[in-house]
Design a protein around this ligand. Structure first.
Ligand code: LMR
Length: 398
């Protein structure tokens, strides 16, 4: 049956973790996958999550959730993204279901887009998270790209971005990163978001936001929802993917939310029922444990306060590491500018290292990262940042 099958290429991000695990060098460093580590390089379980687990331990049935997932978790997710006092929530205009983290939310939306707008395409930024390509490809939605990042300034190419929005056919679907753009760490400013939103309005484009890092850009989930709130103020009917992998450290629990703003409650009911119909043959219903953790944390004012503090601590540690890496490179007399390390935000630094330089970092220095030059800043700590700076200096100096 399977004789003619060739092995699939390794995943450009998770394949890096595999290679890292297979390396037995004691000084190895993993700045590949976007997963938070503390200053000792250890994975972190947030205190709010431990407390939520303690509260739900033993009280949990292992029953199926509804196809659309935990109603409480979905309600809390909507408040977090759309605002505590959102009129859209009050008017029941949002169709929302629990999703298998950000990937699952994007995939479910892509399947929905394919089913109900079969002639549509999706515009994705260049660059974007590698898995976005796979998600829309496998859902059978044709992809177009739009310019976003400026390789020389290592910042936003706002002029090109606006041109792309203007020249796309009216009513196009666009994938936007709500905050902490992956892999570049480059976000539009608030003013630029306003211009983007107005232009979307003129063109009648549909904005689908992937918000995998709410809280990781500024340290405040509320502040990081700014782009979404701007689009909502302008009356857009947005789509939104939310993930709790990073901001609650629930990577392996696969918990997130997909929501679509509708014209009215009746439409929202219809859309939700169709999302459920798509989900049922894919995975039947989503997992229960992570959803209970999220609803327990966000549903209790004290636990939520603790969570907000812990998100801020994670974001601050990463911001600190940005400054330290830049300082270390400058101290070594690097002739290059490393200002973008501190200009960029979120979990990643899009370093500008070439694939060949990345290969040298891996082969000679046991530093593991994706070949597009993305550094997961969360993998750096006071113990390894000097070593990584030395190695980067070595491969970039000539
Ligand atoms: C990443 O970009 O490293 C994360 O989103 C993890 C993943 O699944 O790729």
């Amino acid at each position: 049956w399977w004789r003619s099958i060739e092995p699939a290429p390794k995943d450009p991000i998770l394949g890096v973790t595999e290679a890292y695990l297979a390396d037995h060098s004691p000084g190895k460093v993993n700045v590949g996958v976007g997963a938070y580590r503390d200053d000792k390089g250890r994975p972190v379980v947030l205190d709010c999550v431990r407390e939520a687990e303690r509260r739900i331990a033993g009280s949990e049935y292992m029953e199926y959730l509804p196809i659309g997932g935990s109603i409480k978790m979905v309600e809390e997710s909507l408040k977090l993204a759309y605002g505590e006092n959102s009129e859209l929530i009050k008017d029941k205009r949002i169709a929302a279901v629990q999703a298998l983290s950000g990937t699952g939310a994007c995939r479910l939306f892509a399947a929905f887009q394919q089913r109900f707008c079969p002639d549509s395409q999706i515009y994705i930024p260049i660059p974007t998270w590698a898995n976005h390509h796979n998600i829309w490809r496998d859902a059978g939605v044709p992809m177009k790209t739009f310019r976003y990042y400026h390789p020389e300034t290592k910042g936003l190419d706002f002029v090109a971005l606006m041109d792309e929005i203007k020249s796309a056919p009216n009513g196009s679907f666009f994938l936007l990163h709500a905050c902490a753009h992956n892999p570049t760490g480059v976000d539009p400013s608030e003013e630029q978001w306003r211009e983007i939103s107005s232009q979307f309005k003129l063109k009648g484009h549909f904005p689908f936001f992937d918000m995998a890092y709410q809280g990781f850009a500024s340290g405040s989930p509320e502040q990081d929802a700014k782009a979404i709130r701007i689009f909502l103020e302008d009356g857009h009917l947005i789509g939104l993917s939310q993930s709790y992998a990073k901001n609650m450290g629930l990577y392996g629990q696969r918990v997130g939310c997909l929501s679509l703003v509708c014209e009215d409650e009746k439409q929202a009911i219809a859309v939700k029922s169709q999302l459920q119909q798509l989900a049922r043959p894919m995975y039947s219903n989503p997992p229960v444990h992570g959803a209970r953790i999220v609803s327990t944390v966000l549903g209790d004012p004290n636990l939520k306060k603790l969570w907000l503090k812990e998100v801020q601590v994670m974001a601050d540690r990463i911001i600190g590491m940005r400054a330290t890496l830049r300082e270390n490179l400058e101290k070594r007399g690097s002739p290059l500018s490393w200002q973008h390390i501190t200009n960029q935000i979120g979990m990643f630094c899009y370093s500008g290292l070439t694939p060949e330089q990345v290969d040298r970092l891996t082969n000679e220095f046991h530093i593991y990262m994706t070949r597009n030059g993305r550094i997961s800043m969360a993998g750096l700590n006071t113990g390894n940042v000097g070593y990584v700076a030395d190695a980067i200096h070595e491969v970039t100096k000539s």
